[in-house]
Design a protein around this ligand. Structure first.
Ligand SMILES: *[C@@H]1O[C@H](CO)[C@@H](O)[C@H](O)[C@H]1NC(C)=O
Ligand SMILES: *[C@@H]1O[C@H](CO)[C@@H](O)[C@H](O)[C@H]1NC(C)=O
Ligand SMILES: *[C@@H]1O[C@H](CO)[C@@H](O)[C@H](O)[C@H]1NC(C)=O
Length: 567
């Protein structure tokens, strides 16, 4: 038996709930995948059946992992989430990675009614940064439920590696679709039959879509099936078809792992196959094993990634940051199957998954990386470093702009040397909470003490010393919004930073003062950004402020919006 010092703690919760297991063992795979992305060791030559082959490593391969299994098959309860936070804080962890959130179309909850907001507040009080998945309910506006300003909310971006799968028709044409199909390319062709040709029970429309129960087991034997819908996948599999060609409608931008040769084609390509099948007496095809190719469009934000604006504090831009979350290869549990189907006989040490759950641990790893250089930094300083050094993402390619990607794509190496940081401490969050109507009684739920009263200062959430600047405004009306900020010099002494505005022609932006001169490290300087303009109904105007001393660049997006949610 060999003993590793990688996983140094593992706890489980909710063991009395239905179908639960009284063990911290990962029988699902999600926990192994996310943990290895954050802090997995370097493992050479890994792949998914030869796909995405290379060397894997987590954000900080030398970091250690304490795991808190707070979910059971029936879900993740608030009491278990809070118990997990309590234990992690008591265990003395450095960073908390929470690939978890309210699912589906859940509404964001108020901070005092949201276990992750409360737990991460307690962590922040003890100097621990929490990184949370923004959620997988995109792309509608206001779909993110990760809204607390003291944690970092992470959106999912694509990477430059794209998974494709090809089908070669009997007439020699090759069409390119989506799926992660690990099955070896056949050397001969097989019949490709339309759903209507292999159904005797259903209407033409149902058979065409390969609706449940429509396909005839004897007729599909040894053949591929062409279905007009994504739902045809399980029907073709259950009927025992050799494979299936499906239609990608509505559009899916991730490739899913399939349990038999299967791929999604876009409507144009699917129509080409339909007309080939319709016009040929013995239509045939070969479904090839998947391949990877370069994605020149990357990074873009996945359509599933939950969007802002923040439905609780619309002046705080959420999500905060983006990281790779589409088709990510990472470690997996041998107890699970890569398709999550119990009929899948495959068990693999590494597999490919997509979601903001996969993006979150990239940022947790980056936060641990920053903390490794700056162990004394507050959670907000680390968060600021990650946000202000992020790589800008193209507005044109990601629906929602900053409400899709926040400050941009995480850039860990730069985050370790941010130059300046925007810091906010517990008392700053309390002022913000008071500004949105929290009284001593509600604060008590978050703080756990009875002596905190609201200060008598007037402020609004936009005045929180946040590394991005957002304000919700009345549409179609001239506004002049001021953002007061204070930066701390964490770079070098005797440095001079100049403000540069990357502007939007519809906004007039001024910074006062335009030059910040620091004599010493840890010196603080304040400035005011005034933004005027008029924001059309249901929209957003963005710009950015960059403080630069010629060596460090400290970038903050500026967003005025009148974006209604769920639109
Ligand atoms: C459909 O897919 C093909 C091959 O990937 C691509 O060339 C084409 O632009 C796509 N068409 C649409 C409408 O997305
Ligand atoms: C192919 O045949 C199906 C079913 O008979 C029909 O609904 C469809 O319009 C035809 N498509 C083409 C492109 O010929
Ligand atoms: C912001 O800064 C300006 C100029 O220093 C000051 O007049 C104003 O009171 C400040 N506002 C807040 C909310 O701190």
């Amino acid at each position: 038996l060999s003993c590793y010092s990688k996983i140094i703690g593992a706890r489980y919760y909710g063991a009395s709930r239905p179908n639960s297991s009284p063990s911290a063992r990962d029988n699902h795979g999600h926990g192994s995948h996310t943990a290895s992305t954050a802090a997995g060791n370097i493992v050479n030559d890994v792949s998914f059946f030869g796909l995405a082959q290379g060397n894997a490593k987590g954000g900080v391969p030398s970091a250690r992992i304490a795991a808190y299994k707070i979910c059971q098959p029936d879900g993740c309860s608030d009491e278990d989430i809070l118990a997990g936070f309590d234990d992690a804080i008591a265990d003395g962890v450095d960073i908390i990675s929470v690939s978890l959130g309210a699912g589906g179309q859940a509404e964001a909850s108020d901070f005092f009614n949201n276990s992750i907001a409360i737990g991460s507040f307690h962590a922040m009080q003890k100097g621990i940064l929490t990184s949370q998945a923004a959620g997988n309910s995109g792309p509608s506006y206001g779909s993110t439920t990760s809204v607390a300003p003291w944690l970092i909310s992470v959106a999912a971006s694509t990477t430059d590696r794209l998974f494709i799968d090809k089908v070669v028709l009997g007439d020699g044409r090759t069409l390119v679709g989506k799926s992660i199909n690990s099955f070896a390319s056949p050397t001969t062709t097989f019949p490709l039959l339309h759903g209507t040709q292999v159904s005797i029970r259903c209407s033409v429309n149902d058979a065409m879509n390969c609706k449940p129960g429509c396909l005839d087991k004897t007729m599909v034997k040894g053949s591929y099936v062409l279905c007009n819908s994504y739902g045809g996948y399980s029907e073709a599999y259950n009927a025992g078809a050799l494979g299936v060609v499906m239609r990608n409608e509505p559009y899916l931008d991730v490739a899913d792992i399939v349990t038999f040769p299967a791929l999604l084609l876009n409507a144009t390509e699917h129509d080409l196959v339909l007309s080939y099948v319709n016009s040929t007496k013995f239509p045939k095809a070969r479904i090839l094993k998947s391949e990877t190719m370069n994605d020149a469009e990357a990074p873009t934000i996945a359509s599933f990634s939950s969007r802002g604006p923040n439905s609780i504090t619309p002046d705080i831009i959420k999500p905060d940051l983006s990281a790779p979350g589409v088709d990510i290869l990472a470690a997996f549990s041998p107890l699970a199957t890569p398709s999550f189907s119990s009929s899948d006989p495959r068990h693999v040490p590494y597999t490919i998954m997509s979601g903001t759950s996969m993006a979150c641990p990239h940022v947790s790893g980056a936060a641990a990386y920053v903390k490794a250089f700056h162990s004394e930094w507050s959670p907000s300083a680390i968060k600021s470093a990650l946000m202000t050094t992020a790589y800008p993402i193209s507005d044109a390619k990601s629906l929602g702009g900053e409400f899709a990607y926040g400050s941009g794509l995480v850039f860990p190496v730069e985050a370790a040397r941010p130059g300046l940081v925007y810091e906010a401490l517990e008392e700053d969050y309390i002022i913000m909470l008071c500004s949105i109507g929290y009284d001593a009684k509600k604060l008590q739920i978050l703080l756990g003490d009875t002596n905190t009263a609201c200060p008598t200062v007037t402020a609004s959430p936009k005045d929180l010393n946040y590394p991005s600047m957002g304000a919700e405004v009345v549409p179609e009306r001239p506004v002049n919004i001021m953002f007061n900020r204070t930066v701390t010099n964490v770079g070098i002494e005797n440095s001079i930073y100049k403000a540069k505005i990357v502007t939007n022609s519809k906004l007039n932006i001024e910074v006062e003062p335009e030059v910040l001169t620091f004599k010493a490290v840890l010196e603080k300087k304040s400035f005011v950004v005034s933004v005027s303009g008029s924001v059309p109904v249901n929209s957003r105007l963005s710009a950015s402020l960059v403080w630069s001393d010629g060596s460090f660049s400290v970038r903050s997006p500026i967003v005025l919006h009148a974006q209604s949610i769920r639109a």
